[in-house]
Design a protein around this ligand. Sequence first.
Ligand SMILES: NC(=O)c1ccc[n+]([C@@H]2O[C@H](COP(=O)([O-])OP(=O)(O)OC[C@H]3O[C@@H](n4cnc5c(N)ncnc54)[C@H](O)[C@@H]3O)[C@@H](O)[C@H]2O)c1
Length: 355
Amino acid sequence: MDISIIGANGSTGKHIANRILLERILLPTDRLQLVGRAKGSSGQALYGFRQDLKDAFAERCPIIDIALHPEEVVADIIIMTAGSTIQAHNNPDAPPPSRDELAIYNQQIAIPYAEALAKYGHGHEVVIVVTNPVELIVVIFSQRYDRHRVVGMGAYQDSLRFRREVARSVNVSREAVHAMVLGEHGDGIVPVWSGVTIQGFSDNETQRAIRTVRSSIKSIDFPQTLLRMRNEIIKIAQKGDLAEAFQFFDKLPPDIRIMVGPFLTLFSGTKTDIATANATIDFIKSMLSGKDTVIAAQVSLDREFMNVTAPIGAPVIISPKGWDAVYPISLSDGEQYLFLETARSIQEKMQVWKV
Ligand SMILES: NC(=O)c1ccc[n+]([C@@H]2O[C@H](COP(=O)([O-])OP(=O)(O)OC[C@H]3O[C@@H](n4cnc5c(N)ncnc54)[C@H](O)[C@@H]3O)[C@@H](O)[C@H]2O)c1
């Protein structure tokens, strides 16, 4: 098996490469391809990065090659991590950072890779999209290549965060909580409270626990609550008191923490690259396990779920071929409303971004 990481010299790309080798996802006879751009420092730095990986993993290293042009990308699994990332700012009058700011720039990076894949690919590649805005980059690849072989990591990572935050609030381990986040990897997230199960809790106990910890009784109130709480915490972070901001964060409801956590991390001057690499590796392992696994991921829907046609986080069955089908979970009325509103908002953005 071959894996290609586009943007391998970036912080997320590097962590992913390291984890692939650490967890022996590739055998010494397999190939890892590190992809950078010919113009710019990353192309040069990849030669050094390859050397560092060889030093670290010696005979456990797969064959590592370097590609500096989109048409040279060849692999069974292509991980798209190239692109710019959002920056924190300290201007209280400016809107909070949003992944949407990256659209124009990252779109231009993704298109040549999607076109090269459509032209030179063997048709069996699976593309895992990490680059933001995830929905946009998923649609760019899906328009040019088999959409069932393109999946975005955002909803998967948000779901892992949701499980962890619920677990933290009810004092169990993340493994004991099953939960999904659908919708957008951004303000339009849809935490599916109606589907939460907690190992060791009866249905009644689960419902009681959820009522105690969730941010709003009704899903339709969630977006407003999220905006209000996020603005409050960003103000504290912009004052420069990150210790206080993280104390405030710990008291927030779990569905708010999913969204606020990455922003607060950004304001502290660091990134979410380790968690993202971890989620990507987790995802690849599930995909390669051969078992039909249901996960939340951004895919380009064509009416398979709630009659929506948009790139959006949906419950899908994944396999080594990508996503085979949507898994028909039922949502509460409020969650359905949120999901459809998010789909409408994503469709509007796609029109603005002209895809
Ligand atoms: N989905 C998620 O949960 C999640 C989490 C973290 C980051 N991200 C996204 O992943 C992307 C990368 O984030 P990062 O923190 O690693 O950024 P980074 O700036 O550290 O790395 C980006 C890399 O992309 C490379 N690059 C730029 N243009 C390229 C091109 N044309 N071809 C090949 N490589 C190119 C750069 O040289 C750089 O090495 C961003 O869009 C970020 O928003 C997503």
